[in-house]
Design a protein around this ligand. Structure first.
Ligand code: UGA
Length: 432
């Protein structure tokens, strides 16, 4: 019943997770990628992406004969029943989503797709892309479906196998139902709609999440000025089921490969249809301001100037549990600190010095105490769990000054206080 032949084009974290998880649900899956070295590694069960559980699923899929990897999409699609496009849609120069790769793949496979095969876009594509693809493919017998993904980096496998919802949109009811049926075993609520609405769900959801965070970060600032405590405020807000407890954690601003790109793209799409969207504009500009605010905290902790001041940084990735530096707020704060003359020594458990593409002004070391060594101030930028368990007496000995700026409210101020350190967070009273 489940032995469909699915082709997944692109083996990034979305494509590979989709391929491996669909194979684990019993489907026969072929994943294609243009990178021959990557295909070779994946065929041996070697996964270079940091996603918990993914290596195991890939290896199980290969061993069960349900998952294979091939170079290029042209050869892969000949017997396909469903083809998922999971290729990058980076931000173009004007903030719009760059569809060059999606269109190139569609162009490459259009005449090779068997009759009745369903072409699915999983990449985040602007509203109207499915319609454009239908024209580009130009085949009456190949329906196009939008099936956006809602996978968080670092918990992609978990999110795929435990979805809050499945969204499938198409002009062809039959095609939409066939795609929805692939996920039937997951038992998730399923929204069957038209292609434009499915595409919109993805943007509307990500932009809502970004707005939620910009809002929380603004409330945190207000808490600082009014002497309230953001942790208690968000807890109190979150018990309202219409708000919910998650995605309420203040920080140095939101980042990563999705939210910045998708907010810019929706703003661009809105502009193209003459829709003024000041709310989304404010969401984006508040986020830029949030990074500046974190810098101001560090400047204050350093007594007014960063010139020649050595700072220790804990975390550089855009969030914990990933090695991804794309649009990382932590990295952006680091750049701003460096621009003000600070010397930066950073530690991040997800990064290895030889691989990380860091700006030259950031020195990466491989242990947190080394980052703290002789630093005037220690700045926590990414919420890695292991930072809570540091030997804070050892950190205090290594540091030159007593202040820790915690841009994620991640540390226990009392633990730091007992080690003789003072803690400064976001939206909370400093602890001396
Ligand atoms: C995001 C969405 O959460 C996924 O649902 C979506 O599928 C994905 O984009 C995508 O479009 O592919 P992701 O970029 O992996 O997932 O990261 P998130 O966990 O959403 O975090 C985004 C940013 O918000 C990070 O910089 C994170 O540190 C920040 N954040 C998140 C906070 O500052 N506070 C929070 O409470 C939560």
């Amino acid at each position: 019943m489940f032995a469909r032949r699915i082709v997944v084009v692109g083996t990034g974290y979305v494509g590979l997770t989709t391929g491996a998880c669909l194979a684990s649900l019993g489907h026969r899956v072929v994943c294609s990628d243009v990178n021959a070295t990557k295909v070779e590694q994946l065929s041996r069960g070697e996964v270079r992406i940091h996603e918990p559980g993914l290596t195991e699923l890939v290896q199980e899929g290969i061993a069960a004969g349900r998952l294979e990897f091939v170079v290029g999409s042209a050869g892969a699609v000949a017997e396909a029943e469903v083809v998922f496009l999971c290729v990058p849609t980076p931000m173009g120069a004007g903030g719009e989503a760059d569809l060059a790769v999606v269109e190139a793949v569609a162009h490459e496979v259009r005449e090779l797709l068997p009759a009745g095969c369903v072409l699915v876009t999983k990449s985040t594509v602007p509203v109207g892309t499915s319609a454009r693809l239908r024209e580009l493919v130009g085949r009456e017998d190949v329906p196009v479906v939008s099936n956006p993904e809602f996978l968080r980096e670092g918990s992609a496998v978990h999110d795929f196998l435990n979805p809050d919802r499945i969204v499938v949109g198409s002009d062809s009811q039959d095609a939409a139902e066939r795609v929805a049926a692939l996920y039937a075993r997951l038992g998730a609520p399923t929204v069957l709609t038209d292609a434009a609405s499915a595409e919109m769900v993805k943007y509307a959801a990500n932009c809502f999440l970004a707005t939620k965070l910009s809002y929380v970060n603004a409330i945190a600032e207000l808490c600082e000025r009014l002497g309230a405590d953001i942790s208690d405020v968000t807890e109190g807000m979150g018990y309202d089921r219409r708000i919910g407890q998650s995605f309420l954690q203040p920080g140095p601003g939101w980042g990563g490969s999705c939210l910045p790109k998708d907010t810019a793209a929706l703003l661009q799409v809105a502009g193209a249809v003459d829709f003024d969207f000041p709310l989304l504009q404010a969401t984006i500009s508040s986020n830029a301001r949030q990074r500046e605010r974190m810098v101001a905290k560090v400047v204050e902790a350093c007594g007014g100037s960063l010139d020649g001041v050595r700072l220790g940084l804990l975390g550089l990735t855009f969030k914990a549990g990933t090695d991804d530096l794309r649009d990382s707020p932590a990295l952006e704060v680091a750049r701003l600190l460096a621009a003000r003359g600070a010397e930066l020594v950073a530690y991040d458990p997800g990064l290895r010095g030889d691989e990380a593409a860091l700006p030259p002004e950031v020195e990466l070391v491989d242990d947190p105490y080394q980052a703290a060594k002789e630093a005037a101030v220690l700045v926590l930028l990414t919420e890695w769990q292991e930072f809570r368990a540091l030997d804070w007496n050892r950190v205090a000995e290594a540091l030159q000054g007593p202040v820790v700026v915690d841009t994620r409210n991640h540390l226990d101020p009392d633990v730091l206080r007992r080690a003789g350190l003072s803690w400064r967070g976001v939206g909370r009273t400093p602890v001396a």
